[in-house]
Design a protein around this ligand. Sequence first.
Ligand code: HEC
Length: 108
Amino acid sequence: MRLILSILVLVTALSAGGGTWAADGAQIFVELKCGMCHKPDKKAAAISLAEIVQTYSDKAKLVKFFEGQMKPLIESEKWGMMLGQLEKIKTLPDQDKEALAGYILSFR
Ligand code: HEC
């Protein structure tokens, strides 16, 4: 009886999450080493996440940028440093791009 109950609780908890395993944007950010250049709120090798979200207000736009369908919005002579990164981001599955965008937008 206890076992059945705990299985029930587990199933309920899983379906409450929408039934899918959400991709973790923070983890993708770490795995792709974006943080080497982009720090949360201070300029490092590149602009901070806080600065990025000042330009990117919505997730759809950021995802479009990650898909390589949009020119960069922030002017920079250092843009070349980001190009190789964008190639990596482009190969991510859609839900990972969304999660990554969501994570960056959480620094608003
Ligand atoms: C080697 C350093 C480096 C790494 C690593 C890096 N970036 Fe960048 N990124 C830059 C630079 C340089 C710019 C241009 C702005 C600037 O001068 O700071 C930029 C710009 C951006 C922008 C703004 C685009 C626009 O419209 O102008 C976004 C968004 C971004 N990076 C996301 C990421 C994400 C996500 C990752 C991890 C996959 C990442 N970056 C990894 C250096 C880097």
